[in-house]
Write a protein that binds this ligand. Structure first.
Ligand code: UDP
Length: 244
């Protein structure tokens, strides 16, 4: 179906879920949610629900794969079979392999890997429920899990997908907006450095739209970044998310 055949904006000028164009879905962030790993985090953005878990730094096996001057960052992005409408096949799909790579590259850009030569750090991202924006929610969760594992980083990384629906640029697109919209642009940044660590674009935007979409993404990322920092503060001051 063509994008302009599906109405994604209501008569009252709001999106199908009632949001304004520049509004994030309800965001919940928690750090230290799993016991068996060195660091973990949970990110919920509307119906999108993602866990991240980190192990390491640990010894590399087999040893000959170790790098003399830095740690290896491994990353696995995985969607649970029950996370999507049509059961996702078991095992890693091509999409999951690609997303594991781009998420690893985004996280690598903030971790001081050279502080842990001959070791590896494993980041596992598990999508429990998908409703658009899972790669960026995965990056947001992944950087928090790394922080909780005590891995030194120059900054956190936060991400969000922006898009174009029925001719309008919108923040934090949902699955239906992704499917029937004209464009989908996931962006992740190290906000303190004002550095973009992931930027992909599926669909078409004019030059002007691209600039505005990037500004919209930055606005959302700053909101997510504030909540990431608050989640870390809560964790280390012993306050649970429910008590806030
Ligand atoms: N999706 C799906 N089945 C899949 C992959 C994706 O239903 O096998 C849905 C899911 O809701 C996902 C959305 O399509 O969040 C958008 O997927 P995309 O590849 O754009 O990545 P994302 O926006 O999740 O980072």
């Amino acid at each position: 179906m063509k994008s302009n055949e599906v109405k994604l904006i209501r008569e009252d000028g709001r999106r199908l879920d009632g949001r304004a164009f520049d509004e994030l879905r309800p965001l919940k962030i928690e750090v230290g949610v799993l016991e068996k790993c060195d660091g973990s985090a949970y990110v919920e953005l509307g119906k999108t629900k993602v866990y991240a878990a980190v192990f390491g730094p640990r010894e590399v096996h087999p040893k000959h794969l170790a790098l003399a001057d830095r740690a290896i960052l491994n990353c696995r992005y995985h969607m649970a079979s029950f996370s999507v409408d049509e059961r996702k096949p078991l095992g890693m799909t091509r999409r999951e392999i690609e997303l594991s790579k781009v998420i690893r590259e985004a996280l690598e850009s903030v971790v001081f890997l050279e502080e842990f030569p001959r070791t590896c750090i494993d980041v596992y991202i598990e999508v429990i429920q998908a409703d658009g924006g899972t790669r960026t929610a995965g990056i947001t969760a992944g950087s928090l899990a790394l922080a909780e594992a005590g891995i030194p980083m120059i900054d956190l990384v936060a991400g969000v997908a922006v898009g174009k629906i029925n001719g309008h640029l919108v923040l934090d697109i949902s699955d239906i907006e992704d499917k029937y919209g004209e464009a989908d642009m996931p962006v992740a940044m190290a906000p303190r450095l004002n550095s973009i660590v992931l930027l992909q674009l599926n669909g078409r935007l004019t030059g002007e739209e691209f600039k505005n979409a990037l500004e919209l993404a930055k606005k959302g990322i700053m909101e997510i970044y504030q909540q990431q920092r608050e989640a870390l503060r809560r964790k280390y001051s012993g306050i649970s998310a429910e008590e806030v």
